[in-house]
Design a protein around this ligand. Sequence first.
Ligand code: IPE
Ligand code: IPE
Ligand code: MG
Length: 248
Amino acid sequence: MSLRQKIDSTRLPAHIAIIMDGNGRWAIRHGLDRIFGHQKGVESVRAVIEASAELGIKYLSLYAFSTENWGRPDDEVSALMGLMVSSLNNETETLIKNNIRLTSIGDLARLTPDVRERLNETMRLTGACSGLTLIVALSYSSRWEITEAVRKIAAETAEGKLNAALIDEAEIEKHLATRGIPDPDLMIRTSGELRISNFLLWQLAYSELYFTEKLWPDFGKEDLYDAVIDYQKRERRFGKTNVRSPEK
Ligand code: IPE
Ligand code: IPE
Ligand code: MG
């Protein structure tokens, strides 16, 4: 039986989020410049998007560039932005053909105009696609997102549009970059690091976490299947006793 056949298609995670880590180490181990690791990582991105779409996953979030990653050397930041633009140039047609809608979360105002325009154009072109929703986290950090949400809520409260006493979790969710997107069921991090690195702190409250030693450029379809199979063995309790899904 192949790994893919071991997956129960009636109990798929609706939303998978991935911290794609380890490109630099992959390159160093192959005696190459870090940039080549990022290039190779694009192939893994393609593989997990394809595997997710084939499985029938509804939402896939990929952490591509964090707020903190702006602090890397200029040449690495430019190379990563260049890769973003070339990947979008190369893949937009395939996204449309496979009915994949691209959206993004993050502080896009910090991107250079060429990156921002290319991203906006792909989001516009795929806007009507109804299969997999691909969420790219770019110039994103969870604390940035939560700070933005607090600022908007405070402004609306000051204008009298919101009543402070009535602000609840649903109201906060409406002000997050991920509004309308269900919380991740499964969060995968590659490269052996056991941390969240400022990714979806609010949304990961009850996600199942899966860590693998594999470096991102070595991660492929079979590795995604492994993670989903592991997820399907877990019992999600949401603070309750022996229940499979939360009582909302
Ligand atoms: C992940 O790989 C890609 C980004 C963070 C943009 P890294 O570049 O962090 O690779 P390592 O962790 O240094 O190996
Ligand atoms: C997290 O990886 C960010 C992305 C994968 C985009 P990092 O490599 O930036 O995280 P740390 O520095 O190891 O925590
Ligand atoms: Mg890293």
